[in-house]
Design a protein around this ligand. Structure first.
Ligand code: PEP
Ligand code: MN
Length: 285
């Protein structure tokens, strides 16, 4: 797979004047919850409405998603708000159901990207689709595994591709839920400069009050967009409660983010500790 300008056609054709924004709840919980959040994100900069239908939970016994029923709610979102929709798929059955229900953008979760068998199954099920497919980085910081997943999809003639940087697991205690390891995203950008890359500050930080800073770093690093978990009553969310923001907070956050800053301005904002820990190379240049 070689870099090609065509990789960003789907994004360029959107003619956005701002970074791509994917927002919505971690999980679809009820029809009312899905529609209420969607209506409050209508007429904002949000381009895709996300909601997890099948939730990959690390431990059993937690909320595992509402399943296929939620796809009907996403269809209602399209109909009532005109917003495009997005959900996670993790096997052939998910892909078939999501396609049947016209989900506009599918993403592959971090726990799936680690498994070449699962990725191949998803790629085969999606073969030739013109849907947008975004690949989250694997939970472990392994660029080859991330690239391998993209290559499998590309080989299945899936051309509207992109990646989501959601951070990496670590045994060490850090302020992040998943450490950003910006260097890994930068390496991917340098190998495939035209492959759209979206940042997911919600899963990187795990805390809503850190989302703005991580989003700003991502935009400074020329990321093409953000995926931010949004819920009307975040503290009551059935999954990822601490990292979700309200629709109002999301709108403020998007307004405050700076786009296209000079290196000096960026340098002033990023703390020396952050620079050393995550070593975004371009900031040292
Ligand atoms: C999610 O987007 O809610 C999710 C489960 O993400 P990840 O695969 O990044 O953990
Ligand atoms: Mn989540």
């Amino acid at each position: 797979m070689e870099n090609s300008k065509k990789m960003r056609t789907w994004l360029d054709e959107m003619n956005l004047t701002h970074p791509l924004v994917i927002a919505g709840p971690c999980s679809a919980e009820t029809e009312e919850q899905v529609l209420k959040i969607a209506h409050s994100l209508k007429d904002t900069d949000v381009n895709y409405y996300r909601a997890g239908i099948w939730k990959p939970r690390t431990r059993p016994g937690n909320f595992e998603g509402v399943g296929a029923l939620g796809l009907k709610w996403l269809q209602k979102v399209q109909k009532e708000t005109g917003m495009k929709t997005a959900t996670e798929v993790a096997n052939r059955a998910h892909v078939e159901l999501a396609l049947e229900h016209d989900v506009d953008l599918l993403w592959i979760g971090a726990r799936s990207t680690v498994s070449p068998f699962i990725i191949q199954e998803i790629a085969d099920a999606l073969k030739g689709t013109d849907k947008i497919v975004l690949v989250k980085n694997p939970v472990n910081p392994d660029l080859a595994l991330w690239l391998g997943a993209i290559e499998r999809l590309y080989a299945a003639d899936i051309k509207n591709l992109g990646v989501i940087h959601r951070g990496f697991s670590t045994f060490e205690k850090t302020k992040y839920r998943n450490i950003p390891e910006w260097q890994m995203a930068i390496e991917l950008q340098s190998k495939f400069p035209d492959l759209p890359i979206i940042n997911d500050p919600s899963h990187i930080t795990g805390k809503r009050d850190m989302i703005f800073d991580v989003s700003q770093i991502a935009l400074d690093l020329n990321f093409d967009g953000l995926m931010i978990e949004t819920h009307c009553t975040p503290d009551l969310a059935l999954s990822d409660a601490k990292q979700q923001v309200t629709p109002e907070a999301l709108k403020d956050l998007i307004q405050e983010l700076r786009i296209g800053q000079t290196e000096n301005e960026i340098d002033e904002r990023v703390s020396p500790a952050d620079k050393n820990q995550q070593s975004p190379e371009h900031m040292k240049a």
